[in-house]
Design a protein around this ligand. Structure first.
Ligand SMILES: [Zn+2]
Ligand SMILES: [Zn+2]
Length: 150
């Protein structure tokens, strides 16, 4: 992979494929700074994982080609967590009053991850580090935020 080899589009979706999307990256998309981890308790419980990664994109960059089972849940006001009501996949979180969405990188399709893994998933920004599990999840290198980065 050369340094100029960047995806123009990728696809993704939930486990049962009732929710499918295509991402079209803006020409000036900042791959290096768009992926974050989050260790807040909501993300942990939502994913069942201690560390969760998402990739931030303009909402307009994501086109849902199938969404019959897509539902959002708000654990806190203005923060929506998108999931499939059939298989339970956690697809994104976003604020209802912002123009970006944060897609769960684990829902990107395998070929995109295999070809562009570092561009899509290398997280240099880490959210809710105040909730790190000492000795287990406090090893992340990069910019660390006690809570959100907003
Ligand atoms: Zn599903
Ligand atoms: Zn979180």
């Amino acid at each position: 992979m050369s340094s100029t080899d960047k995806p123009e589009t990728i696809t993704g979706g939930c486990v049962c494929a009732s929710v499918r999307y295509t991402v079209t990256f803006p020409p000036d998309h900042d791959f290096a700074n768009s992926c974050t981890t989050c260790q807040c308790e909501q993300c942990r419980k939502n994913t069942g994982s201690l560390i969760f990664r998402s990739h931030r994109l303009p909402k307009s960059a994501v086109e849902y080609t199938a969404n019959s089972t897509l539902k959002v849940y708000s654990a806190t006001p203005h923060c929506e967590r998108g999931f499939c009501t059939n298989c339970g996949s956690f697809l994104f979180w976003q604020r209802d009053n912002r123009d970006y969405t944060c897609l769960t990188v684990g829902c990107f399709d395998g070929p995109a991850l295999e070809r562009y893994g570092p561009l899509l998933t290398a997280a240099k920004r880490h959210l809710f580090c105040e909730r790190e599990v000492p000795g287990v999840t406090d090893h992340l290198a990069g910019e660390r935020f006690a809570q959100d980065d907003e």
